[in-house]
Design a protein around this ligand. Structure first.
Ligand code: PAF
Length: 281
């Protein structure tokens, strides 16, 4: 196993990435790594000479009252997992490195960021776009890896990479699921055993609509209604932030669903907010 380098400052990260063999694949994460993240790392390992992973719980993408302070953190375990995947570089900056005093520049997304997650988490994608841009500027990767599980995030990142001509390839990797269908998420650890048993309802609801689309249903309102019905039948679902059947690039809600439509939802199981999506093929 080759030795993995841990880098704590932006300056050192710039130097390390300049000196590294290219192509370089970057996997941005907030830590609390699970198999979904490790799939991104493995894909990056197959496609690049250098694999860099960042671990940074980005305060700018959490709203007031969200779970920033209790977001799961286990750096030793994360580093161990990354070492096993033959990661070359791990960037673990502190908040004062990413946002030094006087930090005053933001990547402001347009209407893409106001929909779905953005409508319920104001400022979220401004925080994501800014930190991801900064990570790209530090590492200058040829490729960057994101999970399909955060469907809107993949659309937003692809868009600003294109709009601002960042000149790198955004690779989106399929969602990894538990055997019962629940999408892996660092937030799943918050679920009580009862909520955990109920949580596969989210994917089941989306699959119900996907199957009815496969059987010929094209009316997007009907698909949204089918998702909602399955979710509402589960008593532990205490809230549904949105149910969407939207164009996979513009994220506009559709009247007619077709290939490329993204079916997505955000659901509250008690205090735990989980998201999931499927792209119709
Ligand atoms: O998907 C995440 O974990 C975060 O949004 C990201 C891309 C690491 C930016 O902080």
């Amino acid at each position: 196993m080759s030795s993995m380098r841990i880098v704590e400052s932006s300056q050192e990260m710039v130097r390390a990435c300049r000196q590294a063999a290219h192509p370089l694949g970057l996997v941005p994460t907030m830590g609390a790594l699970h198999q979904g993240h490790l799939d991104l790392v493995r894909r990056a390992r197959r496609e690049n000479d250098t694999v860099a992973v960042s671990i940074f719980v980005n305060p700018a993408q959490f709203g007031a009252g969200e779970d920033l302070s209790k977001y799961p953190r286990d750096l030793d375990r994360d580093l161990d997992l990354l070492q096993r995947e033959n990661t070359d570089l791990v960037f673990v900056p502190g908040p004062e490195d990413v946002y030094p005093p006087g930090f005053d520049t933001w990547v402001d997304m347009g209407s893409l960021a106001d929909k779905l997650e953005g409508a319920h988490r104001p400022g979220h994608f401004r925080g994501v776009a800014t930190v991801v841009t900064k990570l790209f500027n530090l590492a200058r990767p040829e490729r960057a890896y994101f999970g399909q599980k955060d469907g809107q995030q993949t659309v937003v990142v692809r868009r600003f990479v294109r709009d601002l001509a960042m000149g790198l390839e955004v690779v989106v990797v399929p969602t990894v699921r538990e055997p019962d269908g629940l999408a892996l998420s660092s937030r799943n650890v918050y679920l009580t055993p009862e909520q955990r048993r109920a949580a596969p309802v989210i994917y089941r609801a989306i699959r119900r609509a996907e199957e009815s689309w496969r059987a010929g249903e094209r009316d997007a309102a009907t698909l949204r209604q089918q998702i909602r019905q399955v979710l509402e039948a589960e008593p532990l679902v205490e809230g549904i932030d949105y149910v969407s059947a939207a164009d996979g690039e513009s994220l506009e809600e559709l009247e007619g669903a077709g290939p490329g439509t993204m079916l997505s939802t955000a659901v509250l199981l008690g205090q735990v907010r989980l998201i999931d999506n499927v792209i119709l093929e």
